[in-house]
Design a binder for this molecule. Structure first.
Ligand code: SF4
Length: 324
């Protein structure tokens, strides 16, 4: 994938904006993701809040990129996806920091979070790391809203895909993420990821750390249980019981939402209905983040709700997910 040509007429994601993202061009226009061709990073560092085979005991080496091609209204990383928090960085500089994380922090993998609008940079970055002899598992932590074409071009620069499957309901996808084609696009994207890498290897072998494969994530939204139940059914029908699936209950309102359901956390009753459905369907490899007891409408602090204004946005990431 050519770095310059890809940004000159951008069709990197299903938004297909066809804008010129070259920052130094007079007619440069920024697309839906809000980013130019300047790579921007909001945070990097070891992260312990991922699923056990991803975080391990030393953490996952996360790099959070600024901007997003999906921009859900309820995004838990609102500061970086919507508000543009982050700073420009060169590939060599970022590569050196990643190598430090590998050598000094002994992270188990490199975890690129929300990266598809910077795919051409990421492919070059991975090539640089490999050139320098660093070959940890490369994780793409994605919204699920990717084109099959872009994923085919990513194939040689990724080992593990962690895509979301957010919506089975097109009207909900329209209301919250401005894309009624999310369910269809995400299912096609996940099928491509699975065809490239298979299911998460650690789920199949019982190894403590993952090195390759696909793990799907689904964030349960308050008041949207039907969307979650249908999403799980769809995934089961499409991919079967061996599909590794992570159920997340961490939702917290970050900014006020027009849909009032989203101005509170997920209740235990809502979580239980979705979790029970996953068990009834027969998913064999479930990761589950149980809601914290006593979660209430007024709870705003969560170990999964980052503040990217802080040097350590995840101050209390002891609450890891568990295999179920
Ligand atoms: S990556 Fe950004 S500019 Fe390119 S198509 Fe997607 S939203 Fe539009």
């Amino acid at each position: 994938m050519d770095l310059i040509e890809s940004y000159r007429d951008c069709v990197l994601c299903p938004r297909q904006c066809r804008v010129n993202r070259m920052a130094d061009c007079d007619d440069a226009r920024i697309g839906f993701c809000g980013e130019t061709d300047q790579l921007r990073v909001a945070h990097f560092g070891p992260h312990f809040g991922e699923e056990p085979p991803i975080s391990g005991k030393n953490g996952s080496g996360t790099i959070f990129f600024t901007g997003c091609s999906l921009k859900c209204s309820f995004c838990q990383n609102h500061q970086i996806s919507h508000a543009g928090l982050g700073r420009s960085t060169g590939l060599e500089e970022l590569g050196a920091k990643i190598i430090d994380m590998v050598e000094l922090d002994h992270v188990h993998n490199i975890n690129f979070v929300t990266l598809d609008h910077f795919f051409p940079h990421i492919f070059q970055l991975v090539s640089l790391l490999r050139r320098d002899g660093f070959n940890p598992p490369i994780i793409y932590n994605l919204s699920g809203y990717q084109t099959v074409a872009s994923l085919k071009s990513a194939k040689d620069y990724v080992d593990i895909y962690l895509p979301d499957f957010k919506y089975s309901d097109p009207s909900l996808a329209t209301a919250l993420s401005k894309c009624n084609n999310y369910p269809q696009i995400a299912l096609e994207a996940i099928a491509e990821m699975v065809s490239q890498k298979g299911f998460l290897d650690s789920s199949l072998t019982g190894a403590p750390l993952a090195t390759r494969g696909v793990l799907i994530r689904h964030l349960i939204l308050p008041g949207k249980v039907a969307n979650s139940i249908n999403a799980l059914t769809t995934l089961f029908v499409e991919f079967g019981p061996d599909l590794p699936l992570s159920l997340m209950s961490q939702y917290q309102p970050v900014v006020h939402q027009e849909d009032d359901d989203l101005n509170r956390p997920v209740s235990e009753e809502e979580f239980d209905r979705v979790y029970s459905h996953a068990q009834e369907l027969g998913f064999e490899h479930l990761f589950v983040q149980f809601p914290e007891k006593g979660t209430s409408q007024h709870q705003v602090l969560s170990p999964f709700l980052p503040d990217f204004e802080r040097p350590d946005p995840f101050p209390a990431t002891d609450a890891r997910q568990s295999g179920a």
